[in-house]
Ligand binder design. Sequence first.
Ligand code: AMP
Length: 415
Amino acid sequence: MPFLALGLTPNIVRAAARQGFETPSPIQTLAIPLILGGSDLLACAQTGSGKTLAYGLPLLQRLAKQPSHSPRQPAVLVLVPTRELAIQVGESLRNIANHMDVSVRISVVFGGVSLNPQLLAIRGGSNLIVATPGRLLDLVSHNAVNLSTCKHYVLDEADRLLDLGFQEELQAIGRLLPQDKQNVFISATFPERVLELAQTMLREPERISIPSEPQSEPDITQHAILVDTGRRTQLLRHLISTQHWKRVLVFVATKHAAEIVADKLRKARIYAEPFHGELSQGKRMQVLSDFKASRLKVVIATDMASRGLDIRQLPVVVNYDLPRSSNDYTHRIGRTGRAGEAGIAYTFVTPQTRSHFRMIEKKNSLSIAVETIEGFEPEIDASVVEDTSAGTSTGGVKGKRPSKKDKLRAATKLQ
Ligand code: AMP
């Protein structure tokens, strides 16, 4: 079905076509008519499904048809959990808005950078605001923006917003918005507290669900490699050179690990940069743009990069440290194999983290054979030392502690 059949105007359809989007994705096919019709919407969708334009196209169209009485007054508010997603969503919407025949002013605001430029920009007037919650409230407290004119409110990645502890900010923002508005709620997962938030926010919502779990997509090949904890950097270097990887995103458990691993790779003349929440916004932007432009081969990231990042042509993701949860595993590997391209996910499993990996497999209904690579075989039989260092070198992995009996059994086997 073409975009035009969903009720979008030829002008918006042309703007989408200029970005190379000719056919709506499944979530766009379902969401666009509902949002154009004014319904509240509860959507289960992952990053990568085309969710941004699923709400972006109809809301831009509605904005164009009913320009707000004053350019200073926002009519659409989109809340997102991270700066990266704010920038990405802002970019997608601007790419469309720039080709519309009505001028729509879009402001993108997020923390971690100086307040003043955003204060001035938003005071200059804005029809659509893309924001992270904390910075938006800062701007409200500086009287830079009045949310009482918003007619459309979008929560993008609602589960992530709650994971990051934005509950109070969301409540505060909710109180500043008018009762009478259209609400769109998008989340990749629906644990209880996400459902509770949806219940307080939405009125008789239409519900749509796009089952697009990355782990079940055929174009991500998943490998698990058993290796000793202390040899993972060497193995990573080995894989980068023997597999001729052009661009790889490596996940570690901590900011410290990101710095250390990147440093070790650089010493081995592999151009790598860390990516985590303690870097300045400027530095993070630089790393991402260098990575996207292939000026940088390896990025060593914390889970901060596991959601929302959309890097085209990212063929390989490596889990150097296991993620804490099965959900994080899904999000991490979902950075590759996007937009119909094939991707490979490698997970380094150490003797200590093997049972945690089994838990991840089980919860995600996966069955991945654990391989070894010649020259990198672990020194100790994995079955006898599982989980002895949960929370330390495993990268904060949760796992059962060995019982006295287990320890005894292990000691006997080692003798
Ligand atoms: P999102 O789920 O919004 O993060 O979008 C994921 C990617 O899909 C982005 O790179 C978009 O540019 C792209 N995209 C969005 N809509 C379409 C479409 N209809 N056809 C092809 N690609 C699309």
